[in-house]
Write a protein that binds this ligand. Structure first.
Ligand SMILES: [Zn+2]
Length: 336
């Protein structure tokens, strides 16, 4: 809860907890108790307290929601975000969006959804948890995010949106935020394959696919820890011990990509492999199960040789094969 002087955390107990409230409401609280919380003092609204409509004189001085947001949140550009940031606000554009996924939690099944958010200064991964994962979003949407948790994951900063965070799609023109096309150009600069090196992150390359391998395009994974399962394994994950009823399936299509400056190894996984094949993973698994042949889609994969693709991703040095390889994050364009 905030007014023009600051912000305080309020906890509603018992019947007060079901009070119908939404973000932006103006309310008056009487007879609340004050207690010391984790970071600061908090208000406790229990049996003896009252939540009421504000009196006319209460709201006379009360700033609008937009004005209050400036009191509560520090607006940051993506490249200014730091690990310990609290109460920040970011406006960016959704430049990539993944399907919602389930995860196992102690009290049942939760759901999360990841996306890539960008502004004119950079790009950051955002994970939406539980009901936040239901937010209707599209690639290209401008969104306002408030109060995310900032954390390190895989050596990168990430935003995590849970119960205490807000996300809202902004309609219409947004001041200070480039268009989707402009942002894509900015965050994914084009590179010739011959110019790629280990530092090449979030670059766009374009070329012809060759040497695609289609004899074994489904990888069987442990649904719990995602470790690759050996076909010979006895329904038990060697890594975490999970008994496996139904493995998770991951499509993998390895090959090479060539332009006039050079060539590099590339492997398409999951969603990107589906896009390339024009088939869903379940459909591929179905064909393989029906035919009993792991290489049932060999010809279909073979036909993709010579196709021209534009992909965004990172180049890494593969220690084992002692060569540079390209990990595509997203296929931007396919010309069959
Ligand atoms: Zn496992």
């Amino acid at each position: 809860m905030a007014d023009d002087t600051g912000v305080i955390r309020v906890t509603l107990w018992d019947d007060k907890a079901t009070t119908s409230l939404k973000v932006g409401d103006a309310i008056r609280i009487e007879n609340a108790r004050i207690r010391l919380g984790l970071y600061d003092i908090e208000l406790s609204v229990g049996k003896t307290a009252r939540i009421m409509k504000p009196l006319p004189e209460d709201v006379k001085e009360l700033p609008s929601m937009e004005e209050l947001e400036d009191v509560i949140y520090t607006t940051k550009k993506i490249d200014e975000i730091e690990e310990d940031d609290r109460r920040i606000k970011i406006v960016g554009r959704v430049i990539d969006l993944y399907e919602p996924r389930e995860f196992q939690r102690e009290d049942g099944v939760g759901i999360f959804r990841s996306m890539e958010l960008a502004d004119d200064t950079g790009v950051i991964r955002v994970t939406l948890w539980d009901e936040k994962a239901d937010t209707p979003l599209n690639i290209g949407d401008a969104v306002k995010i408030e109060n995310p948790r900032v954390r390190y994951r895989n050596e990168n900063l990430e935003l995590s949106l849970g119960r205490d965070s807000q996300i809202e799609v902004i309609k219409g023109e947004v001041e200070d935020l480039p268009s989707f096309e402009e942002i894509e150009e900015m965050v994914y600069p084009y590179k010739s394959i011959g110019d790629l090196d280990e530092e090449s992150e979030n670059v766009k390359i374009s070329g012809e696919l060759t040497d695609l391998y289609g004899d074994r395009i489904v990888s069987y994974r442990c649904p719990r820890c995602n470790t690759r399962l050996d076909v010979s394994e006895e329904n038990i994950c060697n890594f975490c011990g999970e008994v496996i009823d139904e493995p998770r399936h991951l499509l993998i299509i390895p090959g090479r990509i060539t332009d006039e400056t050079g060539e590099i190894r590339i492997t398409f996984f999951g969603r990107e492999a589906e896009k390339l094949l024009g088939m869903k993973t379940e459909e591929v698994v179905d064909v393989i199960n029906k035919t009993g042949d792991e290489g049932a889609l060999h010809d279909k994969v073979e036909d993709l040789n010579g196709v021209h693709v534009t992909v965004i991703g990172n180049a890494n040095f593969d220690e084992y094969n002692e060569e540079l390889r390209f990990n595509p994050k997203k296929i931007v364009d396919i010309k069959f």
